[in-house]
Design a protein around this ligand. Structure first.
Ligand code: PAF
Length: 283
């Protein structure tokens, strides 16, 4: 596996592979890789001749007071893991090369970014779409894989790609969970033992909601209330949102149907966690 730092070298590598007729899949990450990321790389390997894993803690998607400085980093380990699961390149640019002095351009997707995480993290998705657009230009992938844990991010990136007529297949990968149901996330490393237990309220809420739906609940607003009530019973968990939305449009559902997803965000101590699940899927 090659480690490439400079965008121009990355593009030159991609061009040399394109000349050989090879396909490229990009797996964008902020590093501190876990099994969820590795599943994305494995999926990429099934789709393309080469997988490029990008590793970049993107400063412009963090708001003031968020965890940019404390975001966990482990370059050597990430490089070893990426190589082990089959990546051809680890592309790890410096911030100065992506955002040189005087950088003025951002990419914005409007409607889809206004609720859910966009509601509590203003400008976050502008940061995500801007960096992903830049990565797409540098790596020129035929496909890219994103985790479904970031439900809104996936919807926003699909919209950006379709609105900008990019010929890139955007693939979603199902959430990878720990044995006890906690969705894998680099931010889980912030949790102490007690908080780690409390974090199970997210998966529990999804299971609870699915059970209610199986038992006949159809009214999304009243189910949201029941879920909020259940999460509030978990001491020290602060709800950001509990929202039943259409998986693609992210619009609120009134009646639960096959496309309804329960989207959740909570804060436990200083850690913000998200999770989601289709309500009519099997538990
Ligand atoms: O999901 C992430 O880790 C980030 O938002 C992404 C897509 C790598 C952009 O920085």
């Amino acid at each position: 596996m090659e480690i490439i730092r400079k965008p121009k070298r990355m593009t030159a590598w991609v061009n040399s592979q394109a000349a050989l007729g090879k396909t490229i899949c990009l797996v964008p990450t902020m590093g501190y890789l876990h099994d969820g990321h590795l599943a994305l790389v494995r999926k990429g390997c099934e789709w393309a001749d080469h997988v490029v894993v990008s590793l970049f803690v993107n400063p412009i998607q963090f708001g003031p007071g968020e965890d940019l400085d404390s975001y966990p980093r482990s370059f050597e380990r990430d490089a070893a893991l990426s190589e082990k699961v089959g990546a051809s390149v680890l592309f790890s640019p410096e911030a100065i090369d992506l955002y040189p002095k005087g950088f003025q351009t951002t990419v914005t997707v409007k409607g889809l970014t206004s609720g859910l995480c966009g509601g509590s993290r203003p400008h976050h998705f502008d940061g995500v779409t801007t960096v992903v657009a830049k990565l797409f230009h540098i790596v020129k992938p035929h496909s890219a894989v994103f985790g479904q844990k970031d439900l809104q991010q996936l919807a926003v990136i699909k919209k950006m790609v379709s609105d900008l007529n990019w010929d890139i297949d955007i693939l979603g990968h199902p959430i990878v969970r720990e044995a006890d149901g906690l969705a894998m996330s680099s931010r889980n490393s912030y949790l102490n033992e007690e908080e780690r237990l409390k974090a199970l309220c997210l998966h529990d809420a999804i299971q609870f909601a699915r059970k209610k739906v199986r038992a006949g609940s159809q009214n999304a607003a009243s189910l949201e209330e029941d879920i909020e009530c259940r999460i509030r019973g978990c001491n020290g968990v602060v709800i950001d949102y509990v929202s039943i939305v259409n998986a693609e449009t992210l619009q609120k559902c009134s009646v639960i149907n096959n496309d309804s997803v329960l989207a959740l965000a909570v804060k436990i101590g200083r850690t913000r966690l998200i999770d989601n699940g289709f309500l009519k899927a099997e538990a």
